[in-house]
Write a protein that binds this ligand. Structure first.
Ligand code: ATP
Length: 298
């Protein structure tokens, strides 16, 4: 079983001709509305590798929460582990410029309302052979509680420390697989060339580190592995969701399909190269059939 413990949001995307400056209003067309949140995105992509996923995320007791739950069900996720909380359902306002660059404002009240007890409870019934995936949207206390509970139960742990939080460096020894981008690597205390950052983080965690470098690919460092996996050269339309696609496929490839680390990273990079060629986030993720085709070819 794969536990994804994270956030679920409503994302509202607006295409802007120019960024709104302080004191200014910009007029936009009809916003595109869909489910989002790094937790939901990674759970959806992981499920498309065929992995059995328990997705635990907080949503409000509001109409937005109902809508998020129904969209998750339509997208093929089991919604029975979504938690209803008193806070309003989290949402993100995403401004997307013509060149694909984006600026995002997000609320986190629902995600931050998961306390350490609820985080530990999400692991009920899990043990050796199971895997837990966390991102950076829950509180540091809840994230730490989940990692400690996973260690006590023998559950493998994956952390994608995005958005970064002050307490994350102390969590590295509890992480079996760290998936992060270069700026997150620097925020965790790494410096210098990407290889040096990955090697330093791997030494501190004792596990595997996969440092993603956008169009430059990814670097893998771990006790028994050292690899550089180039990105595919493709026509890029919108890079939103590349990191979530990469993380979801990587984890399914490693622990569900049992591929060696370098092959799993290669499969994740092919999957992410599909996402960057399409607009949007959910709509850009590779389908179950596309993910299968990637595994068949690797
Ligand atoms: P996100 O934009 O989703 O936050 P991120 O910063 O977490 O992404 P990146 O390092 O930008 O993650 O991208 C993750 C992976 O996606 C890369 O390692 C690569 O395999 C693929 N990827 C990203 N950008 C490109 C690109 N321009 N061309 C091809 N592949 C890409």
């Amino acid at each position: 079983m794969f536990l994804v413990l994270g956030n679920a949001t409503i994302d509202e995307s607006m295409a802007v001709e120019a960024w709104p400056a302080p004191g200014q209003t910009v007029v936009v067309g009809t916003p595109a509305r869909d489910i989002g949140g790094k937790g939901a995105n990674q759970a959806l992509v992981l499920a498309r590798t065929g992995a059995p996923v328990r997705f635990v995320a907080p949503i409000g007791r509001d109409a937005e929460g109902d809508w998020v739950a129904s969209r998750h069900a339509e997208a093929g996720l089991d919604t029975s582990s979504l938690i209803r909380v008193d806070a309003p359902t989290d949402r993100s306002l995403i401004f997307v410029a013509r060149d694909g660059e984006n600026a995002i404002a997000s609320t986190v009240a629902a995600a931050r309302s998961i306390d350490p007890d609820a985080a530990r409870a999400a692991l009920a019934g899990l043990g050796a052979g199971d895997t837990m995936l966390l991102q950076g949207n829950l509180t540091g206390e809840a994230t730490m509680a989940a990692l400690e509970e996973a260690r006590a139960r023998g559950v493998a742990t994956v952390l994608n420390p995005s958005p970064m939080q002050a307490g994350f460096p102390a969590m590295l020894p509890l992480v079996d697989l760290l998936v992060l981008n270069e700026s997150e690597g620097v925020q965790l205390g790494g410096s210098g060339e990407p290889e040096t950052i990955a090697a330093a983080l791997a030494a501190r965690s004792g596990g595997i580190v996969v440092l993603t470098l956008g169009g430059r690919g990814a670097i893998v460092r771990g006790p028994d592995v050292r690899a550089v996996v180039p990105a595919r050269t493709v026509p890029v339309v919108d890079t939103t969701g590349a990191g979530d696609t990469f993380a979801g496929v990587l984890i399914g490839a490693l622990w569900h399909r049992r591929l060696p680390v370098a092959a799993a990273v290669a499969a994740a990079s092919v999957a992410a190269s599909l996402t960057v060629q399409r607009k949007g986030t959910l709509a850009a993720f590779p389908s179950r059939a596309e993910v299968e085709a990637i595994f068949a070819a690797n």
